[in-house]
Design a protein around this ligand. Structure first.
Ligand SMILES: Cc1ncc(COP(=O)(O)O)c(C=O)c1O
Length: 375
């Protein structure tokens, strides 16, 4: 993977955190969501940059991610948002630097028995239908927790569809439900619970959802959660919220060949040249994270020019058309995501070519590719 790398712009990351800080009340904590290899940007790299840029908490999904980050940055507060199967077995790895998201009574009981007790975040389901309980089941559990005298520190929830619409009544309904759950908790004696609900889109769009902490993932990396989010924000009169993409994905040419008209290219011979074609091979395929659905329809950038993908994306290689590039060279830079000359190919461009979302494109860039901080 020597030629292939992911460059991480420190300036862009700092700019994005600052954009969020500018809209947050002073008391609201900022959690950098760095799960899934920091959305493909490199777990350790983004953890370190986030800490330096003043993030209050680093949020991961897996216990393993949390332990790794704790080993590297023992002072950092780490929130584990995914369920931890067999929590009892792994509890020894936790301490008071950790924030653990749980949904059930047995998890709260277990964590409360532990002398190095992490902060406990009880997740409630306000309409996502995923982790946590709702309605009577939740009230019953809260009653039981209270009668067993088991403290919790935070109440949290997650919005289901803020990113999907420009009409936000479902999210507002979720927020109301969440507040009702908090009222109930208060009524039975959980008076000082801190609250969090918002991810990138809801932090930008709903001032009332910022609460005591926000959990920002995709927009930490300078990407918009969706076109609807951007539109919603501009409909609210905010056209200046600034995000700067953090990642540039690059590789280099490893082989060049001149093919006659009528030559076939790649597995399945799905592309046939219809002019004398100069092709280049890049050492990136679907294993490295270049989606196979880009076969015969995607493009990359060489010297600021688009170079179409010819034939099928292979496991570790892709063939591109460089006929229009003057005297291309082995080793020459190829941009898969990012800027080259005046051309840009964004994670959103790539996502729309294959019918997915930018989250999916960046998180699948192979973790073995080096992440290199620039500037
Ligand atoms: C519980 C939770 N909070 C926050 C986030 C971050 O969301 P986003 O990347 O849209 O900011 C996620 C992402 O999946 C999540 O699952």
């Amino acid at each position: 993977m020597e030629l292939t790398k992911v460059e991480i712009s420190k300036t862009a990351l700092v700019t994005n955190i600052q954009s969020f800080r500018n809209i947050l009340p002073k008391h609201t904590l900022f959690a950098s969501v760095i799960k899934s290899n920091a959305y493909g940007h490199g777990l350790e790299t983004i953890a370190e940059l986030s800490i330096k840029a003043g993030a209050d908490i680093l949020a991961v999904n897996y216990l393993e991610e949390g332990i790794k980050i704790h080993g590297l940055f023992p002072e950092a507060s780490i929130m584990i948002m995914g369920e931890i199967p067999n929590l009892e077995k792994y509890i020894k790895y936790l301490n008071s630097s950790f924030h653990i998201v749980v949904s059930r009574k047995d998890e709260v009981q277990l964590l409360n028995r532990f002398s190095q007790r992490p902060q406990i975040h009880l997740k409630v389901d306000s309409g996502m239908g995923r982790l946590g309980y709702s309605g009577k089941t939740l009230y019953k559990m809260l009653d039981e927790l209270k009668s067993d005298n088991l403290p919790i520190n935070w109440l949290m929830t997650h919005f289901a569809s803020t990113e999907d619409f420009t009409e936000h009544s479902y999210s507002m309904q979720q927020l109301t439900t969440f507040q009702q759950y908090n009222e109930y908790a208060k009524k039975i004696g959980y008076n000082n619970l801190k609250l969090h609900a918002a991810s990138s889109a809801s932090t930008m769009l709903f001032p009332e959802a910022k609460l005591d902490m926000v959990r920002v993932g995709i927009s930490l990396y300078g990407l918009w959660p969706s076109i609807q989010t951007r539109l919603s924000l501009s409909l609210m009169g905010n056209t200046t919220f600034h995000l700067q993409p953090v990642l540039t994905w690059k590789t280099g040419i490893v082989h060049i060949q001149d093919l006659n008209t009528g030559s076939y290219i790649g597995y399945g011979s799905t592309y046939k040249t219809n002019y004398p074609t100069k092709t280049a091979v890049i050492p990136v395929g679907y294993y490295e994270g270049l989606d196979r659905r880009l076969s015969n329809q995607g493009y990359v950038l060489v010297r600021g020019e688009r170079a179409p993908i010819l034939g099928r994306v292979c496991m570790n290689m892709t063939i591109i058309d460089v006929t229009h590039i003057q005297n291309p060279k082995i080793g020459e830079e190829v941009v898969l995501i990012g800027k080259s000359g005046n051309e840009i190919i964004s994670a959103d461009d790539m996502a729309s070519m294959i019918g997915t979302i930018n989250y999916d494109v960046v998180t699948r860039i192979n973790p073995n590719i080096p992440r290199i901080v620039v500037e």
